[in-house]
Ligand binder design. Sequence first.
Ligand SMILES: [Zn+2]
Length: 378
Amino acid sequence: MDVSRLERVVVGSVGGREPAVWAEGRTVSLSSELLDRTGWRRFLDASGTLSLPGDVEIPTLDDVVRLREQAAFTDHPPASSRLPVSYQYVPGWARAIVGASIGRLNRSRTGHWARFPAWPLDLSADFVADMTSTASPMSALRTPVLLTHDIDSPEGLERLVADFLPLEEQAGARSTSYVVPCAWPIEYALADAVVSRGHDIGVHGYDHSNRTAFADAAERGRRLDAAAAFADRYRSTGYRAPSLLRTRALLRDLAGRYRYDSSIPTSGGLFPVPNNGCASARPFVAEGIAELPLSMPRDGSLRFLGHSPGEIAALWISCADAIARARGVVVLLTHCERRFSGNVAMLAAYRTLLEYIGADERFAFSSPLQAIASAGLP
Ligand SMILES: [Zn+2]
């Protein structure tokens, strides 16, 4: 991914342009070409602060799309999807140990893996959108909050039902769990209980071997179709790609099968590849399907970087606040396995966030389809 043509600037003033006032004080990335074409470069001081006057040339919707899609796709498979056997067969604890030690080394090196989008939250594309002449349809609404889980194992499904759903229901929320449909024996009684309690089930790939996005068209179609029986049983409307590996071809194939995809992070950080994400917290359409960006930093990445559960709760709250100010959608992913969020300390962090959201009038727990509709998408 080529981020060399982007420049980081601090938004000092948006020249009284009300929809974009939320961005004042934030750091965003803009293309050199945009800064030159609009003449904005004249208003950039030596410290990198951009102070725009009221009567300035504005960007176009093309500028928004270009920035949003610049790092949105993972065009090349990471090493894990080229292994001769699925990386899932490496025990979880072994992957966690390798991951955590690399993570602590990487924590202070965001310049390498989060040049764009910036970590933990980059709203550059939403800033550019609010500098165009087109108003965001989300401006008058409470901020939708979506709680999602990726269910990668039987343990994840068990802990979802035992530990996560009660917390969510206590807070007045319902969650969406994306379940791997074709890798391990699914305990259908548990999955049935999830939907009967008012929660959603979506589809999390095929067997989580990280190949679907890069397979040839026939193989990709076969893998997607293999999930159809599961998707029908639970009336699944959405898809999340395993390890968030996503290509334009995958999204095109999802368009005929699901109402939405939620595989593109706002700020992907280190995973699945460095410098990935759409730098937007608002639903948009890409390759013919509604995309619900995963706007909050993920539990796996945060644990990998060595953050404590208390730090994670604080970071989640500050990101949710920033997303609310920017009129985005809060989309959180937690994994229910013990080594991710299915343990006492991380469940306490999750509860802290749920209570914060539930007590604050700016937010409303929502479902994926409600959030997409609130953004004015089909
Ligand atoms: Zn997964």
